[in-house]
Ligand binder design. Structure first.
Ligand code: 6PG
Length: 236
């Protein structure tokens, strides 16, 4: 596990953008494509905006990047709460990534059907490979959720994609720990004082797997945390 702490949100996003660009470059030296599951929520917006502008808009070989999502809210793509829409607005509409490389989670069909469809697609990408995603980018909620893995909501661990019917957060589709933990790299981006409490619990108080985020423990990969000082204020 590697903890990268930066002064503020912008510096953290700049550090993570540089780290991602280097990971993509290094991966594409040995692989045809870079397969990346994006995070949703609001935290990654500044990171995506950075990656959509100089130097990353030209530096990254976007035509060899394939985009998936770690989770999705079951709302139309036109809805501002849709994670794919946020990534499209902030990043994907501004870089030269072929449409065929963008693999959205379908939100105009039943959740169970959407989960089954995404699961099938992931198996077509990864079944014959020992490693799944080259990078899974995640955020974290103040309650210790990540992706759409919520406290008190069990997801099947024999599946790679699950439909979650959360009373609080509504209908969601989420990757499960089993596929995320087989990825080559996992990076969390955590910004702001409101996340300081959950980071303190995770890093200091609860070594046991109490929070959903603690189910993310990549088998053969580094787990990276990119955190600003506000969010890191109560750890270390
Ligand atoms: C989502 C995300 C979710 C998010 C956290 C943090 O769809 O909401 O995948 O796991 O990363 O809820 O959200 P913020 O970045 O908005 O704090």
């Amino acid at each position: 596990m590697e903890l990268h702490i930066y002064k503020n949100a912008t510096e953290t996003c700049k550090g993570l953008a540089a780290w991602i660009a280097k990971l993509i470059d290094d991966t594409l030296l040995v692989k045809e494509n870079f397969i990346w599951a994006l995070a949703g929520g609001s935290t990654p917006k500044e990171l995506y905006a950075l990656l959509s502008s100089a130097p990353y808009d030209q530096k990254i070989k976007w035509d060899r990047v394939h985009i998936f999502w770690g989770d999705e809210r079951m709302v139309p793509f036109s809805d501002n709460m849709n994670n794919a829409k946020m990534a499209w607005d902030e990043l994907l509409s501004k870089v030269k990534i072929p449409e065929k490389n963008i693999h959205k989670i379908w939100t105009d069909i039943k959740p169970e059907e959407s989960a089954a469809q995404y699961e099938k697609m992931l198996h077509s990408y990864f079944d014959d490979k020992p490693v799944t995603f080259d990078l899974v980018l995640c955020g974290i909620g103040e309650d210790g959720h990540t992706l759409s893995l919520f406290p008190n909501e069990k997801t099947p661990d024999d599946m790679w994609v699950a439909a979650v019917h959360s009373k609080e957060k509504g209908e969601r589709i989420t990757l499960t720990p089993s596929v995320v933990n087989r990825s080559a790299a996992v990076a969390f981006l955590v910004l702001g004082e409101n996340k300081a409490g959950i980071l303190q619990h995770i890093f200091e108080y609860s070594p046991e797997k109490k929070y959903p985020v603690q189910q993310i423990a990549p088998l053969n990969a580094q787990l990276h945390w990119f955190v600003d000082e506000d969010a890191a204020g109560r750890i270390g």
